[in-house]
Write a protein that binds this ligand. Structure first.
Ligand SMILES: [Zn+2]
Length: 57
């Protein structure tokens, strides 16, 4: 098996440990942030983070 790294949907950090959420890969660092968020807020948080990155371009 190849040691392929995936790119985190939130911080764009490349990692091979993490979770898949909403069909996107999320690194273990961001996962830890997310577990402290209530499920109803996760979608909103992801959206907010992603928008921030888009604006930062
Ligand atoms: Zn991340």
């Amino acid at each position: 098996m190849k040691d392929e790294k995936l790119q985190c949907f939130i911080c764009n950090h490349q990692d091979n440990t993490g979770i898949a959420l909403l069909n996107q890969f999320i690194c273990s660092r961001c996962e830890r942030k997310i577990v402290n968020t209530s499920p109803s807020q996760i979608k909103y948080q992801l959206f907010k983070e992603k928008i921030k990155l888009l604006w930062a371009r």
